[in-house]
Design a protein around this ligand. Structure first.
Ligand SMILES: Cc1ncc(COP(=O)(O)O)c(C=O)c1O
Length: 391
């Protein structure tokens, strides 16, 4: 894909697919091999002097994985990307690549549970402390930064309420203190947000969600400059968070349709959010495309689309939630998001089960909340299902 001016919709199916064609195949080849042979020792020795086309071992890299990486790098408008066996493998390898014993992280406080557990349960055993600041008041990071700080860590939009970080402000603080920034942009996907446009250095994705898009792939990405990816690559190679080539093929296939899927998911979420806002059994609705969302204006200035996730609070607390979820006929009750099928999940019974009452209040998550991840179905069918379930 030589054209550099191509639009996102064109890049998604084509970018990163430059490769030696096997029998003229249109689809990428799955090189399901753990290692590669060399015809001569001299051929192997090319690897030793850093020839990127001499492959050795799939845990290091593999041409099928590189297609996924080149595609994501183009979609995120960055130099390079690394694919991982999960979002958590990408997140943990990235953090470990930038923070040493005795150093600190300043992090936005609304995080995916696995990331929060890594920062509060595992990193302290390595002598690494994390100071948390509010996601929606990222300017407070300025006060939390000190001489030991080695990374500014962010997640935006957040689960389940779609709170967002002011990325320009965050990048400016990091620049003033010469800190690298890492942002988990899973909920946005590159279709709705390119964090690099706002000065963010490292973009992280659970590719298990929108990038894979079909609820059948567990994978992750880190993306950014060549120099930063080189640092992280060492941790992927040594910690072993590499992806299987056959799974990379499924991921590539999913990424080809990212633009059309996410566009439809954005539209569905907008229509569903507007419907829920008028329903007498719904107390509150969180979606970045609703002017009632406290960060609607910021979202408009920062994102190209408002995303496929809608959180809403039903009357009757957890009892009301259980009743509604049990009555859904089309929308599935399942924990993940970003797939072509719509799913709901109950935050207080899953992602937020460890939270105390006080912590739930601080996170603005209530017992009456349902998180809906809109798929690509007909919006009218989704609304009918919610209507009959809310009854
Ligand atoms: C925002 C976010 N980041 C990271 C992860 C972890 O990704 P994975 O399950 O692919 O390891 C998740 C998973 O739900 C997530 O929602």
């Amino acid at each position: 894909m030589r054209r550099t001016t191509a639009k996102f919709q064109t890049l998604a199916p084509h970018a990163g697919e430059e490769r030696k064609l096997v029998a003229g195949a249109v689809a990428p080849a799955i090189l399901q091999t753990t290692n590669f042979q060399w015809k001569t020792v001299a051929e192997f020795e090319k690897y030793l002097v850093g020839d990127p086309h001499t492959y050795i071992y799939t845990r290091y890299t593999n041409p099928t994985l590189e297609i996924a990486e080149r595609k994501l790098a183009r979609l995120e408008k960055v130099e390079n990307a690394l694919v991982f066996s999960s979002g958590m493998a990408a997140i943990t390898s990235t953090i470990l690549a930038f923070v040493r014993t005795g150093q600190e992280i300043v992090s936005a406080n609304t995080l995916y549970g696995g990331t929060f557990a890594f920062m509060t349960q595992i990193l302290p055993t390595l002598g690494i402390k994390t100071r948390f600041v509010p996601t929606t008041r990222i300017e407070e990071a300025e006060k939390a930064v000190n001489k030991k700080t080695a990374l500014l860590y962010l997640e935006s939009p957040t689960n389940p309420n779609n709170y967002i970080v002011d990325l320009k402000k965050a990048a400016a603080i990091a620049k003033r203190h010469k800190l690298p920034t890492a942002l988990d942009a899973t909920f946005a996907s590159p279709y709705n947000l390119n964090p690099v446009d706002f000065g963010i250095d490292i973009i992280l994705h659970s590719a298990t969600k929108y990038l894979g898009g079909h609820s059948d792939v567990t994978a992750g990405f880190a993306a950014g400059t060549k120099e930063m990816m080189k640092k992280i690559e060492l941790y992927r190679r040594i910690l072993g968070g590499c992806l299987e080539p056959i799974t990379a093929f499924l991921l590539i296939r999913g990424m080809k349709t990212l633009a059309v899927r996410v566009q439809k998911q954005n539209e569905n979420a907008q229509q569903v959010a507007e419907f829920l806002s008028t329903h007498p059994k719904v107390k509150r609705v969180f979606h970045l495309g609703l002017p009632s969302h406290p960060q609607y204006q910021l979202a408009k200035s920062q994102m190209r689309g408002f995303g496929g996730v809608v959180a809403f609070e039903v009357k009757g607390g957890l009892k009301g939630v259980k009743r509604t979820v049990n009555r859904l006929k089309l929308i599935m009750h399942a924990t993940s998001l970003g797939g072509v099928e719509s799913t709901v999940h109950i935050p207080v019974l899953t992602s937020h089960i460890q939270f105390s009452k006080k912590e739930l209040k601080a996170a603005d998550v209530s017992e009456g909340m349902i998180r809906l991840s809109c798929g690509i179905e007909d919006a009218g069918d989704l609304i009918s299902d919610l209507k009959q379930a809310l009854g």
